[in-house]
Design a protein around this ligand. Sequence first.
Ligand SMILES: Nc1ncnc2c1ncn2[C@@H]1O[C@H](COP(=O)(O)OP(=O)(O)O)[C@@H](O)[C@H]1O
Ligand SMILES: Nc1ccn([C@@H]2O[C@H](COP(=O)(O)OP(=O)(O)O)[C@@H](O)[C@H]2O)c(=O)n1
Length: 419
Amino acid sequence: MMARRLIPNLGQWSSRIFGVECDKKSAVYFALRVDRQADPRGKELKQLFGDGKAFSFHIHCEDRIQRSKIYELLQDKVSSIPSTDCTIMDMSSFLPNAKQSASKGFLLTYSSDSPLTEKVIEDLQQVEAVSVCSYFQERDGMWWQKHLSQKGGGSEICPRYCITLTEKPEVCPTVLNIINNDVFYSFEEAYKVLVECRDIIPESQAVLNLVDQRLDLTERGKFPVIVIEGLDATGKTTLTESLTQTVNGVLLKSPPESLAPLRKRFDCEPPLIRRAFYALGNYITAGQIARESSKAPVIVDRYWHSTAAYAIATAVRGGLGKLPAGGSEVYRWPEDLLRPSLVLLLTLDPAERQSRLRGRGLAHTREEAELEANNLFRQKVEEAYRRIEDPACVIVDASPSPDKVLQQVLLLIKNKCHL
Ligand SMILES: Nc1ncnc2c1ncn2[C@@H]1O[C@H](COP(=O)(O)OP(=O)(O)O)[C@@H](O)[C@H]1O
Ligand SMILES: Nc1ccn([C@@H]2O[C@H](COP(=O)(O)OP(=O)(O)O)[C@@H](O)[C@H]2O)c(=O)n1
């Protein structure tokens, strides 16, 4: 409906919707229109853009590897401004319901003079592929978006457009952003990312070689395959080792040992690249699972639930309420990835987990604020774990002694897998 009203020669902006994630309320969506007409919901726009100045930053670059690198730079730049000076909100620009169309960016608002903020805005206007827009209201009540940097925009983009609020799209941009950027739902999609980064990350070829040598099997053998999931320090290593011994099984993990030397290299890359690396690790492990499960029970320390849950929790900023709702397609298992017989999620009271982390000599120097952020992150990872479907995970209370946890898990395996 809205698209008809939009300027036809907007080029890559044509029919785009802008979605702004507000911290305290649900997202606000707006589009640009050709005719000068004040939006009757001007008050809501004022709430969004504030009383002072408002600027948005988006990336325009065909190459998604470059795009992910520039996004990191953008993120670093805007988060270098003290939060007392401005408000920063996530802002996506996307074509309604079109996968791969979302471009992530930020909306920045501020009211009192802030040389630091102004310097960042100025600097970003010089960055190739970053499109900077300002937002302002005219006396007649109309809101406008004005392009400041022409570099990323191209010559077709005219300098200002009238703004109108739009309805919430069927598929929200967070979901569009996650699919094939943070979580991959097929081998091919993850593989393509590493192929695309070969020029800038030579180690990608080593990963691809290992992946090419994998056993391309998607069926498990006749023995059960038990995956143990959970946050750091919930007792996965302790349990997987004792469980493997008890059932006379084979212990595997994802990422597999063969990728261990390359892990550090990919951990410092943007999510697109980092997550593709972990996704491919699951396919290598899957081949090992298929082979070993024809001979003995297989215990796996982390698998696809970890890859997806951490990726989703990191991609979604803000609180638990910002996670895609249960049943969303982001939680579906990749069709071409071997499914385990049972996935167990070890859960632990946050204080107990902290104490176990401390026991391992980590985390006792963390700042209070970081702990708070981690607490939110922990909740999101756990919730994402719980929302993943087919197979969904079975929750295990990991607070009793190691032996009690083992007994509890053996009972579950006996009941669910008849081992
Ligand atoms: N059931 C348990 N009760 C008490 N401490 C435990 C239990 N399981 C593990 N631990 C301890 O907690 C710490 C983290 O366990 P670990 O198995 O390394 O977790 P993960 O592999 O999930 O990071 C270790 O110091 C371990 O000895
Ligand atoms: N199958 C897996 C395993 C780990 N990971 C990533 O690796 C990190 C956790 O791995 P880790 O080795 O530090 O965790 P522990 O096994 O030490 O608890 C998470 O940030 C995940 O993003 C993944 O994406 N997929």
